[in-house]
Design a protein around this ligand. Structure first.
Ligand code: HAM
Length: 454
C-alpha cells in the first residue's frame, strides 16, 4: 500500500498554521533588522563532508543524507546553518566588513525521534556576528535574542537566558585537575543532566572530584549575578568599577574566580544592554555542539518544562576550519517549534483574525453592493481598480444582498474599510473599526480618500 501520510516529524500548514509560521518568521526578521543584521541564505542541501569534517562520521546518523540516482557524491539536508555560514564567510572573508552581521531563517532537517518540541523538519532563525571577539559582540547576540522574545510579549519571568563560558569553565576544571578527556566526558554529562534523576547526576559528577554539595550547584545550575544597588540596568552608562556581583553562597561552594575574569566583562555589557534581568549564569550549560570555544547560552522557559527555545555561543575556530582566515564568531539559533509552544501556552500567539491582521493578510477595502439594482455590476470593476492600485481588496462570496450581512462578512474577514456601492457613480466609505460612514461620494473622491489617484 502506498503511504500518503506526511512523513513522521514533518508538518502540514493549513492557512492558520501558515499564518502562525509567518507571524514567527516576520518577528525574527524584524528583530534581525532592528539590530542591524543583513539577510543571507545558502542551499537546503550541502555536501555531507561539510558536516562530517567538523563533527566526525558520528554525525551521519543524525542527518538525512542521500545520493543522487546514478551519482556518487554524498549530500545531506542541512541540520543547522553554522557550517554553511562559515563556508560563505571563508569564501569572501577578504572583502567582507568587520564585523559582519548576518541572519537567516529557513527549514532545517534532523533525523531525530519526533517528540514534543522536536521534529525532523523545523524552521530555525540564526543571527551571527563574525570578526568581533569582544564581550560586547557576545552581549549583542544575546540582546538580539532577548529583543525577539520581548517583542512577542515574553518577559524575564517567562523565559531565562542561561549563560556559561566554555573556555573559562575548561580552564577552571583544568586547575582542579580535571584533564581534557575527562572534561569532554563531564561536558557530555552536564549536557544530559536534564534527562537523569538528581541522585544519578550527583553520583556521576562526584566521579570528577566534586562533593555532593558542589554537585548540587551543577544540578541547580544557577549562579545568579545581581546588579549592585545604584545601577539602573536600563541606563546605558554603567560604572565599570561596580561590577555585577555573584551570589556569595555559590562562591563559597565552588571557587568561581573564573567568573571574574571571563564572565564579568560580559555581565557588564549585559547590564549596559539593559537585559541583565533575563540572565542566569549557569555552570551546567555547555551545549552539545563541538565547535563552541567561549561564551555559550541557552534560552529556556522559566518553568523548565520545555526544551530549549534557542541556543548559541562563540565559535572562534570554525571559519579557519573551512579554509578562511582566523575569525572570531558568535551567534545563535532559535527554532519555531518550542517558541510556538511557549507562545501558545502563555496565550501570546494571536488568535483567528488578529493573527491574519498581525501578518498584514486582512483586506484593506471590502467592496459591498448597496441596494440599488445596478450596484452589483460595479463590484468587480472597483475591485480590479483597487487591486491595480496595489490595495488588498475583497468582496463577499456570499450570495446575499443584505448589506448588514455583507458588512458582517467584511468584519469577520478583518477588513478595515467597507466601500458600499450606492449608484453607478457614487460609493460610501465605512470605517469598520469606528463604524463611521461617509455620505455617498464620487468614486474618484473615495479613491482619493484612500490615497489613490485615479
Ligand atoms: P541547536 O541548539 O542545535 O544550535 O539549535 C538551536 C535551536 O533550534 C534549538 O534551541 C531549538 O529551538 C531548535 N531546534 C534544534 N533541533 C530541533 C528539532 N529537531 N526540532 C525543532 N527545533 C529544533 C544550533 O543549531 C547552532 N547552529 C546555533 C548557532 C548559530 N550557534 C552559533 N550560531
Amino acid at each position: 500500500m502506498p503511504d500518503f501520510q506526511a512523513p513522521k516529524g514533518t508538518r502540514d500548514f493549513y492557512p492558520a498554521d501558515a499564518a502562525r509560521r509567518r507571524f514567527i518568521t516576520e518577528s525574527w526578521r524584524s528583530a534581525s533588522i532592528r539590530h542591524g543584521f543583513e539577510e543571507i541564505d545558502g542551499p537546503i542541501f550541502e555536501h555531507l563532508d561539510l558536516y562530517t569534517v567538523k563533527s566526525g562520521e558520528g554525525i551521519v546518523s543524525e542527518l538525512f543524507s542521500f545520493q543522487r540516482a546514478g551519482g556518487e557524491k554524498d549530500y545531506a539536508l542541512r541540520p543547522e546553518f553554522t557550517p554553511t555560514l562559515a563556508r560563505l564567510y571563508a569564501a569572501r572573508a577578504g572583502s567582507l566588513p568587520k564585523p559582519t552581521r548576518w541572519f537567516t531563517a529557513g527549514p532545517f532537517f534532523r533525523a531525530e525521534k519526533p517528540q514534543r518540541g522536536r521534529l525532523r523538519e523545523f524552521l530555525q532563525w540564526n543571527a551571527d556576528i563574525l570578526g568581533d571577539a569582544s564581550p560586547a559582540a557576545d552581549a549583542e547576540i544575546i540582546a538580539t535574542c532577548v529583543s525577539l522574545l520581548a517583542s512577542l510579549g515574553l518577559t524575564s519571568k517567562d523565559v531565562r537566558v542561561k549563560v556559561n563560558h566554555r573556555a573559562a569553565l575548561s580552564a577552571w576544571l583544568q586547575s582542579r585537575g580535571v584533564q581534557p578527556d575527562a572534561q569532554a566526558e563531564l561536558f557530555k554529562l552536564l549536557d544530559a543532566k536534564g534527562k537523569m534523576p538528581p541522585g544519578e547526576f550527583a553520583q556521576k559528577v562526584s566521579a570528577f572530584g566534586f562533593s555532593a554539595e558542589q554537585a548540587e550547584v551543577f544540578q541547580k545550575g544557577l549562579v545568579r549575578i545581581t546588579v549592585p544597588a545604584g545601577i539602573d540596568p536600563s541606563k546605558e552608562a554603567v560604572d565599570p568599577f561596580k561590577p555585577p556581583a555573584i551570589d556569595p553562597s555559590v562562591q563559597d561552594v565552588l571557587d568561581l574566580t573564573y567568573f571574574s575574569d571571563a564572565v564579568m566583562p560580559l555581565a557588564k555589557e549585559l547590564v549596559a544592554a539593559g537585559i541583565i534581568d533575563w540572565i542566569d549564569f549557569d555552570l551546567s550549560v555547555v551545549r552539545g555542539l563541538a565547535y563552541y570555544t567561549g561564551m555559550v547560552f541557552e534560552v529556556h522557559e522559566a518553568t523548565g518544562d520545555e526544551r530549549a527555545i534557542a541556543g548559541g555561543g562563540r565559535y572562534d575556530n570554525l571559519v579557519e576550519l573551512f579554509d578562511g582566515p582566523a575569525t572570531p564568531a558568535v551567534g545563535f539559533g532559535m527554532g519555531d517549534v518550542v517558541l510556538g509552544l511557549v507562545l501558545e501556552d502563555r496565550g501570546l500567539m494571536p488568535k483567528e483574525i488578529d493573527l491574519f491582521r498581525r501578518i498584514g493578510a486582512t483586506p484593506e477595502v471590502f467592496v459591498i453592493p448597496g441596494p440599488a439594482p445596478e450596484a452589483e455590476l460595479l463590484v468587480k470593476p472597483l475591485l480590479a481598480r483597487l487591486r491595480t492600485a496595489g490595495r488588498h481588496a475583497r468582496a463577499s462570496s456570499k450570495s446575499t444582498r443584505n448589506v448588514g450581512k455583507l458588512l458582517k462578512d467584511a468584519n469577520d474577514q478583518g477588513a478595515r474599510i467597507a466601500m458600499i456601492v450606492e449608484t453607478r457613480e457614487t460609493v460610501a466609505l465605512k470605517d469598520l473599526a469606528t463604524g463611521e460612514q461617509s455620505q455617498p461620494i464620487l468614486v474618484a473622491e473615495a479613491f482619493a480618500r484612500l490615497g489613490i489617484v485615479l
